[in-house]
Ligand binder design. Structure first.
Ligand code: SF4
Length: 498
């Protein structure tokens, strides 16, 4: 898709042309009147319009050379919406630029002093003198990319003081322009097919609700052992509310409140917490707790237990801790032969809750071949949410060009979704959030399958839809393979149950 880049000043046009000599660059002059007229320069242009140039910082975090991408443009006559620039932001950040996404204010005149602080207080990141008028007159979404030429305390009407800021802005604008081609290559319409069910499961919703409710009941800080669920976005949101994440309970002050994560803990951790007189709230998913109970049951009956799972994963460590002398962990068919047991007639298997269903079935089959009397759990340990999300991703993989899975790198169930999609014949990629989408993933892709692991919130999926929509309009449909209505109650220590 073709790109037209509009700049107000000659120096800005030179920076853009220096980085993107292939782009159509138009210089239109400074101020609202020139900006309104500039819309006519691109009236017949059916590609994407980028407004590029310098801006003054409003937000005190911004320094000369930082890039601001507008989420919206605020002018005296109202606000103009912009497409979600997350994918472009990711391209620029990976190249080393400091990028902020947020509102840009367009002002009729240079702002400084108290007015500048007033505008900063509205949450706007930067100020320019053209974008809102130009975007309004253009009448279609534009991308606005501004390089900061002066920080909040170093105002642009003092040109000598800001000379170095302008140089920094020029360099950043040129570098950003050089990267526009990578992003512009994948502009275009697409279809998104959402897998359903997807995103947060009942165990994750419960665990996150427990932390929120505990913070509301008792106030910050509330300590949480390990990540409450394996999702960086969820963890940082809870941190902002006052949750303090620790690796072990010995980091928690004596007598303070500590919450165990959804992945569960071993009896040794419970013991250590009791010795420190900690006020414990257990957010272990009830389905993980069920595997712990099965481990204790088989151990009491003198069975050796083969736990199919990933060594080092928190859930597996917690389960092993229930009977450390009796549990052996394996993760593949190849490891079955080497399993050592005291009595082949008294062997049981259990599984981590978030494994790939198809691969685990093969491991259990190999165990049963080796130990015909193999005992197992009363009902499958791989949980309903894992099963449903894998079924949904398999359905997506059949007719999508790529399947994007939203989830963190340390999320077992999210990683399994990628593997399941790949085994079903699709390209697949795990992404933390929208700005993780590398444009090359979208090259020649018309239909995107989209899902999220059980630990990722739906709002991250919505962010990906909005970022893809900003590349060109998208049509969104849903492939539903199951409906979920499971909810787990909060423990008695929090909320109304208290
Ligand atoms: S994936 Fe399953 S076991 Fe894990 S927290 Fe969710 S519901 Fe519980």
């Amino acid at each position: 898709m073709s790109l037209a880049v509009l700049t107000a000043m000659g120096i800005e046009a030179r920076a853009v042309r220096g980085g993107a000599p292939w782009a159509r660059v138009e210089k239109f002059g400074i101020g609202p009147a020139r900006a309104e007229q500039a819309a006519s320069l691109v009236s017949g242009h059916d590609g994407t319009v980028v407004i590029a140039g310098f801006a003054g910082a409003l937000d005190e975090r911004l320094q000369p050379g930082d890039i601001v991408l507008a989420s919206e443009l605020r002018g005296p006559d109202g606000t103009v919406a912009c497409g979600d620039p997350a994918i472009l932001a990711g391209v620029l950040r990976r190249a080393g630029l400091r990028v902020y996404v947020g509102p840009i204010v367009s002002s009729r005149r240079i702002v400084h002093g108290a007015r500048r602080r007033e505008l900063a207080a509205t949450g706007a990141l930067a100020v320019d003198m053209e974008s809102a008028w130009l975007a309004e007159a253009h009448g279609r979404p534009v991308v606005t990319l501004r390089a900061v030429s002066d920080s909040q305390d170093q105002e642009i009407y003092r040109p000598i003081r800001v000379a170095s800021g302008v140089r920094a802005a020029f360099r950043s604008l040129r570098q950003a322009s050089a990267l526009l081609g990578e992003w512009a290559d994948v502009l275009g319409e697409r279809e998104i097919v959402l897998g359903s069910p997807r995103a947060s499961c009942a165990g994750v919703v419960r665990a996150v609700d427990i932390v929120r409710q505990a913070l509301a009941d008792r106030g910050a800080p509330i300590y949480v052992r390990k990540q409450i669920v394996h999702n960086a976005h969820v963890v940082s949101e809870l941190e902002a509310l006052g949750a303090v994440f620790v690796e072990e309970v010995d980091e928690v002050p004596e007598g303070a409140t500590v919450i165990y994560s959804a992945h569960g803990v071993s009896p040794a951790v419970r013991q250590a917490a009791a010795e420190r007189d900690l006020d414990v709230i257990d957010a272990t998913c009830p389905l993980v707790a069920k595997v712990h109970a099965e481990t204790r049951r088989f151990a009491r009956r003198g069975f050796d237990i083969v736990l199919v799972g990933h060594e080092g994963h928190e859930e597996v460590e917690g389960t092993i801790g229930e009977a450390p002398d009796r549990v052996r962990v394996i993760s593949s068919v190849e490891e079955v032969e080497a399993v050592a047991v005291a009595d082949p007639e008294r062997v049981a298997y259990l599984t981590q809750t978030t494994l790939a269903v198809d691969e685990t079935a093969l491991v259990v089959e190999a165990l049963r071949e080796r130990f015909p009397a193999l005992a197992g759990p009363r009902s499958d340990d791989i949980c309903y949410a894992t099963q449903n999300r894998q079924d949904a991703v398999r359905a997506l993989a059949r007719d999508c060009d790529i399947v994007l899975v939203v989830g963190s790198q340390n999320s077992s169930n999210s990683r399994r979704l990628v593997e399941v999609a790949e085994r079903a014949g699709s390209r697949s990629q795990l992404i933390e959030r929208a700005d993780d989408i590398r444009p090359e993933l979208l090259r020649d892709v018309r239909r995107v399958g989209l899902t999220a692991g059980a630990s990722a919130p739906e709002e991250l999926v919505e962010g990906v839809v909005s970022a893809l929509d900003a590349l060109g309009s998208v049509s969104v449909s849903e492939r539903v393979v199951a409906t979920e209505s499971i909810q787990f109650k909060l423990p008695p220590q929090v909320g109304r149950n208290r």
